[in-house]
Design a protein around this ligand. Structure first.
Ligand code: F6R
Length: 245
């Protein structure tokens, strides 16, 4: 694993966005694996800015997102479809037909999962996967468990995840308790992985996930076994591992 140290959130965002930029410049028709949440917002702002400046062209790029709440329509303002449209897709020249997010509105769970896996394998896998890190070590919505789930599947969100995400809803009761997520095997098959972490409240899980034991109880720990992972973090997120990386 490579650790890239950033000063603060803005610096972390620029450094991570530079890595994504390099990918798009070197391989314009790449498949980007994308994440939602608070962490990537600054990264997406940089990418939009650099696109507007004329430095980036997404016209041949395809994206696949990690996850989506079950039961939300794509135009629901709380859905990850909506998040991606508002924070990235509608500001750049990616073809909407080339953007993929699991469909949370599909009633048949097996069908929803099967369809998403077919999309990803049809694209030939992911070139660069961007990941955030949950406080409990989740990546995508792969929550701590006794096994690493392989393919796209439905998960019951951990209470701590529902609580962490409640800030984006009117109340905790409004947060869906189930979500579709890309599986660990699919994430691990990405050619390159970029993990973005920021803030003191991620310091403990950063230490556990990246310097601790590899275990499905800390899903992100499996990334230690991938051959091309870059973790970009600010000083606060790296505060407990500083000196050991
Ligand atoms: C979101 C996702 C999650 C988040 C994680 C961290 O698509 O896959 O794993 O990356 O919950 O979220 P933030 O960035 O809000 O701390």
């Amino acid at each position: 694993m490579k650790f890239v140290k950033a000063r603060d959130y803005e610096d972390m965002s620029r450094k991570a966005a530079n890595i994504i930029s390099a990918q798009v410049i070197v391989k314009p028709d790449c498949v980007l694996g994308l994440a939602t949440g608070t962490t990537p917002l600054g990264i997406y702002r940089c990418l939009v800015h650099w696109y507007e400046r004329g430095d980036l062209d997404f016209s041949q790029t395809t994206s696949v997102n990690l996850d989506e709440y079950r039961g939300l329509e794509p135009d629901d303002p709380h859905s990850y479809h909506y998040f991606m449209r508002e924070n990235l897709f509608r500001h750049i020249n990616i073809d909407p037909a080339n953007t993929h997010v699991p469909d949370g509105s599909v009633k048949d769970v097996d069908e929803a999962c099967r369809r998403y896996d077919a999309v990803i394998s049809g694209l030939g896998g992911v070139d660069l996967q961007l990941l955030g890190l949950g406080h409990n070590g989740h990546i995508g919505f792969n929550e701590p468990d006794g096994v690493f789930a392989k393919k796209t599947h439905l998960v019951r969100l951990a209470d701590s995840t529902v609580e962490a995400n409640a800030r984006l809803f009117d109340s905790k009761e409004d947060v869906p308790t189930q979500a579709y997520t890309m599986g660990i095997q699919t994430i691990m098959h990405a050619k390159k992985i970029l993990v973005a972490v920021s803030g003191e409240n991620k310091a403990e899980i950063v230490e556990k996930a990246f310097l601790g034991a590899v275990t499905p109880w800390v899903p992100a720990s499996i990334l230690q076994l991938h051959t091309d992972v870059t973790v970009v973090g600010d000083a606060a997120a790296f505060s407990r591992i500083e000196g050991r990386i």
